[in-house]
Design a protein around this ligand. Structure first.
Ligand code: PGA
Length: 253
């Protein structure tokens, strides 16, 4: 059985105090929730220490992710945060290759491969984002683009390592735009992604959770999550409102 996951990507939002309140609210709303869903929050780096301590004090089932990490292990990389530092703070997951990082910070597949290696070597789980932009979809190249992103970054790893990866299909045209992929478009791509993974990692492809991301909200989550190959969501905007985030979690079961 694949793990079902809902992860909240807070991006560059909230003050520390707002983030602390948000995580307390999420935790409170999930108190009686026994559904087998891994709930993840990915606050900004600056919030990780205090949020980790709140989660610990509350004996919470919510787990922590970082939104990014350095592609080097340690050393003279001013402004960067290493995988080991994030592990030290209690992060279990690290988001890698979000389209905003690819686009605004020019992260290449080669950079992502190095990050992936560090995350896996440290026994953590990458949430590896893939997805086409609007032009690529309109030119009917979306399958090709997504396959290339998977091959370029994942194919050089061993199956046993890839088993620790979470994939997130995030069509760039749906991120923060209010436009979602239809449930059929999401399932079609997720099934394709699983086939591309299976081409190289036969015994592992069925175990890898594939999340959908892009304007997912309480009103559309249930329909999107119905796809056999949709194992949860990576949620941006709606993860900043505790009630909405929890409604999305509840839509998964
Ligand atoms: P969105 O963002 O839900 O605000 O569209 C999703 C993401 O970028 O992870």
């Amino acid at each position: 059985m694949r793990t079902k996951i809902v992860a909240g990507n807070w991006k560059m939002n909230t003050s520390v105090a707002e983030g602390e309140l948000l995580v307390r609210q999420i935790d409170f709303l999930l108190k009686d929730n026994t559904a087998p869903v891994e709930v993840i929050v990915a606050p900004p780096f600056t919030h990780l220490v205090s949020i980790a301590s709140i989660l610990k004090d509350n004996d919470s089932k919510v787990v922590l992710a970082a939104q990014n990490c350095a592609y080097k292990e340690s050393g003279a990389y001013t402004g960067e945060v290493s995988v080991k530092m994030l592990k030290d703070l209690g992060c279990k997951y690290i988001i890698i290759g979000h389209s905003e990082r690819r686009e605004y910070f020019k992260e290449s597949n080669e950079d992502l491969k190095q990050k992936m290696e560090l995350v896996l070597n440290n026994g953590m789980h990458p949430i590896f984002c893939i997805g086409e932009n609007l032009q690529e979809r309109e030119e009917n190249r979306h399958f090709e683009v997504v396959a290339e992103q998977i091959k370029d970054v994942l194919y050089s790893f061993k199956g046993a390592d890839v088993a620790n990866v979470v994939l997130a299909y995030e069509p760039v045209w749906a991120i923060g735009t209010g436009k979602t992929a239809s449930a059929a478009q999401a399932e079609e791509m997720h099934a394709y992604i699983r086939r591309v993974v299976a081409d190289k990692f036969k015994g592992y492809a069925d175990e890898i959770p594939i999340l959908y991301g892009g304007s997912c909200k309480p009103s559309n989550a249930q329909e999107i999550f119905e796809g056999d190959n949709v194992d949860g969501g990576l949620i941006g905007g709606a993860s900043l409102v505790a009630q909405d985030f929890v409604a999305i979690i509840k839509a998964l079961v």
